[in-house]
Every structure is written in C-alpha cells, then in structure tokens.
Design a protein around this ligand. Structure first.
Ligand code: HEM
Length: 396
C-alpha cells in the first residue's frame, strides 16, 4: 500500500482533483511530497514549471530499470521509459506512422466504428452503459486497426487491456498485465515479420526490415496500445459525463465548427493522464528554488498544472469559448503524446456522432451512484448508464 500523501495526485472528487492539490500549488509550483527509502519525491503542479521540466532533455531520466534492479542490457521497450539518444532513435521509427497523411487512412475506419457503436447502442437502448458500449470499443478497435492486428486475435487481446494502470496493489497487478499484453504484441510482431500486415507493425517491417529489431518493435507496439487505449476511452466516458453536466457544451460538441475547442477544453479539464512518468534527477540541481538531489523523483501533476490560473480564468470549469494557452493533457516536450492527433480524430468523430444521434442523451442514474477508478494513473469512470432519448414527460 502506498502512503496516502504519495497517492494524493491520483485522488479526485468526482472529476476534480482533490482540494489538497490546489492548496499545494498555492504553496508553490514545486513541492516535496515525501521521502521514500531515502529518495525525495517532488510534485510539480504549476503550468510553466511543468512545461520546463517536461522540455528538459538533459536533467532527468525516465529509465526505470535501475529502480527495478534491472541492468541496462534489459530491453525495457516503448518510448516512455527510454532517454535520448535511445528515445530519439525509437521515436523516429514511430513518428512516420502518425503523420496526418498516414492517419488520414484511419478516418473512415474511425467514422465506421463510431457509427456501428451508435447503432449498437440504439439497438440495446433505451438505457445503456456508455463505457461498455461506446467509450472502450471505439479506441480498442481503432488501435487494432492502427497496429494491423488480425480480427480473430482481438477478443483475447481486449481482456489483457484493463488492469494495466491500476496501482491499488502497489503496481503488482499492473506489471503482471503489462507483461502479458507485451508478450501478445511481441508474438504479433514475430508473426508479421513473416507476413507483414496492413497496419503500423507491417508497415514498419516493410520499410525498415532488419534495421528494426523484433524487441524494439514489440516495445513500440505495446507503448502505442498502452498509450492509446484506456486514455481515449476515459476521455470519451468522462468527457460525455462532463458535457452532460453542461448541456450547452454538449450541444456545442455536436457542431463541426466547435467540436475541436470542446475537445481541447475537455482534455485540459479532465487531464485523464493524471501524472507523467516519473522523472529521475540525474544530478543535484535547483528547481524553481527547491534543492533536488541526484536520484530524486520529480512527478508532474498534469491535472494540477492544467488547472493553474496561468491557463486563464475559471480553470475549474469547462469553457470552450475561452482562448487558453495550449493545455498539457498530452504532456509536453520530447515525450509528448505521439498519438495526440489520432486521439483528437477519435474524440472529434465520437462526440459529433454521439450528439448528432442522441441530442437528448441524459444520465440514467443519480450522479452520486457513479463510481470512479481509484488510484489509477489514467483516471476514469467505472460505468456510465445513460438514457439515449429524453424520458417521456421530462423537460429536456
Ligand atoms: C486522449 C487520449 C490520450 C491522452 C490524454 C494521452 C496522454 C499522454 C501523455 C500525457 C503522454 C506523456 C507522458 C509523459 O510525458 O510521461 C503520452 C505519451 C504517449 N502517448 Fe498518449 N495520450 C492519448 C492517446 C494516445 C494514443 C491514441 C496513442 C497511440 C495510438 C498514444 C501513444 C502515446 C505514446 C507512445 C506515448 C509515449 C511518447 C514518448 O514517450 O515519447 N497516446 N500520452
């Protein structure tokens, strides 16, 4: 069990960070949270300070191998846990797959998946769980298409996807689930090496051949799945919930000329990725007046930084009409989300579709009955029962 003070940045009251987070930011944008096994853990909650830490390519490492007692010969895989120049090398393999041109091929797939889910909801209604019927299936099917995973493998893969961000048991469950889905994707890479598919895995194999190792490609595919599934699903479910509380914004999300600003404001307000990967200080240094020791852990609270007054007025509410500085919902700097544009495409299509099809959507249970994911790096709501059409006799 993690000490309560350490889990504070992951705790919320409904959709809002707990008040302690705001109080901490008021005391200063960089604060020491606790000392664990002789290592200081620092929390960054200020917007400018968060950007400065995340853009710093020299002072920190995100390589967790030393913490896990692993040598540098062990391949950790993915981008999040690697430092430059290794990170730069791996990211270069992935970025061509995320250009607007390459992503454009997924737009019809996304629109089709959204439309099929809306049909399925209509058929299952009048009350459905939006998490189950809409929020999870859409990003899952899109990631499967992106990676080029065969349809027959998808159900097994889906089951591996859920427990990955749960740290209620100190991370043990999450690490178990992590290695299982990693093994699954590694197997997919090995098979596509012999017969490259149409998606990202096959494309990279065709373009780079033996210049990319199976290990690297398995790690990258796993990072894409980890990064892109639960995050987008939470944005869809929590985003819908937030919009249902603000009917004017819900209506706005159904209009093509406004949906992008609604999505941007939801990404900021919800900050579903609550904290970034830990950054380990490489040397003693001063960080906005605080003495950081070599080996100290610096954690950026995205949910804290995204509610900072530096982002304009009323940061604790949704206001799509305000012209705010760029939010940090996708992080910042060289680890910034590689799938940001894909996520925006999904969110845009999904919200336009949802509001267009169900303009009178409403919550089907009292809000206090909703339960939220506890202590999860990716915040979410467990289920979201909604009524598709306003109940007869109710004022919409
Ligand atoms: C709304 C949905 C999403 C949100 C809120 C989100 C958020 C983030 C954040 C905050 C980071 C930076 C973490 C850090 O600096 O420690 C990140 C990194 C990353 N994301 Fe996303 N993400 C989303 C969707 C996606 C999608 C759809 C994909 C891929 C298909 C993806 C793939 C990645 C990868 C691979 C990284 C690691 C980048 C690196 O370390 O260089 N994400 N994401």
């Amino acid at each position: 069990m993690l000490p309560k003070k350490l889990t504070m940045p992951l705790r919320r009251n409904g959709m809002d960070p707990v008040p302690e987070l705001g109080l901490m930011r008021e005391q200063g944008p960089v604060q020491r949270m606790r000392r664990v096994f002789g290592i200081n853990v620092w929390l960054v909650t200020g917007y400018d300070e968060a950007k400065a830490v995340l853009a710093d390519t020299k002072s920190y490492s995100t390589d967790i191998r030393p913490m896990l007692g692993m040598g540098s010969d062990v391949t950790i895989g993915g981008l999040g846990f690697t430092d430059p120049p290794e990170h730069t090398r791996l990211r270069k393999i992935l970025t061509p797959e995320f250009t607007l041109r390459r992503l454009a091929r997924l737009q019809p797939v996304i629109d089709r998946v959204v439309s099929e889910r809306l049909d399925a909801m209509e058929a299952a209604g009048p009350v459905v769980d939006l998490v189950e019927e809409f929020a999870f299936p859409i990003p899952f099917l899109v990631i499967c298409e992106l990676l080029g995973l065969p349809v027959e493998d998808r159900e097994h893969f889906r089951k591996l996807g859920h427990a990955r961000f749960d740290i209620t048991e100190g991370g043990a469950g999450a690490f178990g689930a992590m290695s299982e889905s990693r093994a699954f994707l590694q197997d997919a890479v090995n098979r596509q090496r012999l017969q490259p598919g149409d998606g990202l895995i096959g494309q990279i194999i065709r373009e780079l051949g033996d210049d990319v190792s199976d290990d690297d490609l398995g790690g990258l595919a796993d990072g894409v799945f980890t990064g892109g599934y639960e995050t987008s699903a939470s944005m869809l479910s929590l985003g819908t919930l937030a919009l249902l509380r603000e009917p004017a914004s819900y209506a706005l999300a159904g209009r093509p000329e406004h949906v992008d600003s609604v999505v941007a404001e939801l990404l900021r307000y919800l900050s579903v990725v609550q904290i970034t990967f830990p950054r380990f200080a490489k040397d003693d240094m001063e960080l906005f007046g605080k003495p950081i020791k070599k080996g100290d852990v610096v954690i950026v609270s995205l949910s804290g930084a995204n509610r900072d007054g530096a982002l304009g007025a009323d940061t604790d509410t949704i206001n799509p009409h305000l012209d705010r500085p760029t939010h940090l919902g996708f992080g910042h700097g060289f680890h910034r989300c590689v799938g940001a544009e894909l996520a925006r495409m999904e969110l845009r299509s999904a919200f336009l579709g949802l509001v267009g099809r169900f303009p009178q959507l409403e919550l089907a249970v009292p809000p206090e009955q909703l339960t939220f994911r506890d202590l999860s790096i990716v915040y979410g709501v467990d289920s979201l029962p909604v009524r598709l059409h306003s109940a007869p006799g109710r004022v919409a």
